[in-house]
Design a binder for this molecule. Structure first.
Ligand SMILES: [Zn+2]
Length: 337
């Protein structure tokens, strides 16, 4: 059954019949993972960072990890966990950026001179402000990752972008191949690209221009001129794997995002149970009470404590009281990285 507006065709790799929405930017074949354009042309510069483990292994490990975190909260996760392996699309823009900037920098210098007055030699110091002209270049070749999504409101997405920046400096992404998907192509979801290659390239150019300008501003008191010329060398499509997990505790759902290349937790929500709250509040209450009891005891036995100690006791008590109060009011979940 064909829907209005859809174009019928075949995957350029496995020939699976596919319907394409002309508004889409990149299509991923659900049978072999091949990326192709709306005109059914294979995208050759398609790379991925391969996922580390299959979903079954990740699930077992994750249940273990979450339960360790929940140890003092009096709850446990069993099989009530759902996992989804998702590939997030990025444009990796390799570019050469050359910036020339001019301005001046205000610096204060100390001038020392020796004077002889009435037969006595003295040194005099003087502080003066000097204006040093600055004329410098920044020349570099860099790879800028651009998230191919318009909405950045993706749970844990900030962590993924930061990871990716670190990763591309130390590791080469691999040319896409179905063999890298651990036989899970049917279970993997490819997040739709929302920026096309041209928009990705333009965003990459803006990112490097802004970064160079900000570096130039930091280097000068006043920036007169800052020009960047950007030469894009290559733009590739990169899919980065993440794992979206959800688990249920006391009929409430909590989210976890893992880095798919390492299975490390990027961001996670944990329940704040009554038991956990009570435990924390009790500990804090002791912290508030003990110093006062000690203080009262010392006063009664005629001994005094130093003012500094008294001050620390009171401040510590007040802080502990407010932390206590805040904690009691907190929501029933917390997000930890
Ligand atoms: Zn295919």
């Amino acid at each position: 059954m064909s829907q209005i507006g859809l174009v019928e065709g075949n995957c350029p790799t496995c020939s699976a019949p596919t319907n394409v929405n002309p508004e889409d930017i990149i299509i991923i074949c659900e049978f072999c993972g091949t990326a192709f354009s709306t005109s059914f042309k294979k995208i050759e510069n398609h790379f991925i960072f391969p996922p580390k483990a299959d979903l079954q292994t990740i699930q077992t490990e994750l249940i273990d990890k979450i339960n360790k975190k929940l140890k003092f909260r009096g709850v446990k996760v069993n099989q009530s966990i759902t996992l989804e392996k998702v590939f997030v699309p990025f444009w990796l823009v390799k570019l050469k950026a050359d910036t020339h900037y001019e301005g001046y920098r205000r610096e204060s210098r100390t001038k020392t001179r020796t004077v002889t007055r009435n037969g006595k030699t003295e040194t005099e110091t003087e502080h003066i402000t000097v204006y040093v002209p600055v004329s410098r270049n920044i020349n570099e070749t860099r790879i800028i990752p651009v998230l191919s999504r318009r909405s950045k409101a993706l749970f844990g997405v900030k962590g993924i972008s930061n990871r990716l920046i670190q990763k591309i400096n130390t590791e080469q992404p691999m040319k896409f191949s179905k063999d890298l998907l651990l036989d899970e192509v049917e279970r993997i979801k490819f997040l739709k690209a929302e920026l096309n290659q041209y928009e990705g390239k333009e965003t990459g150019e803006t990112v490097i221009q802004d970064e160079h300008r900000s570096r130039a501003s930091k280097d000068t008191t006043e920036l007169f001129d800052c020009r960047t010329s950007v030469n894009v060398l290559e733009t590739i499509l990169l899919h980065y794997p993440i794992i979206n997990a959800e688990y249920t505790v006391n009929h409430k759902t909590f989210r976890v995002v893992l880095d798919g290349t390492t299975s490390q937790i990027l961001s996670a929500e944990y329940p704040i149970t009554l038991r956990y709250k009570s435990l924390a509040v009790s500990i804090l209450s002791i912290l508030v009470l003990v110093p006062f009891i000690v203080y009262a005891y010392l006063e009664q036995t005629g001994r005094t404590i130093s003012d500094v100690l008294l001050f620390i006791t009171v401040v510590g008590g007040v802080i502990a009281f407010f932390v206590n109060y805040k904690l009691w009011q907190t929501e029933s979940r917390e997000v930890l990285a």
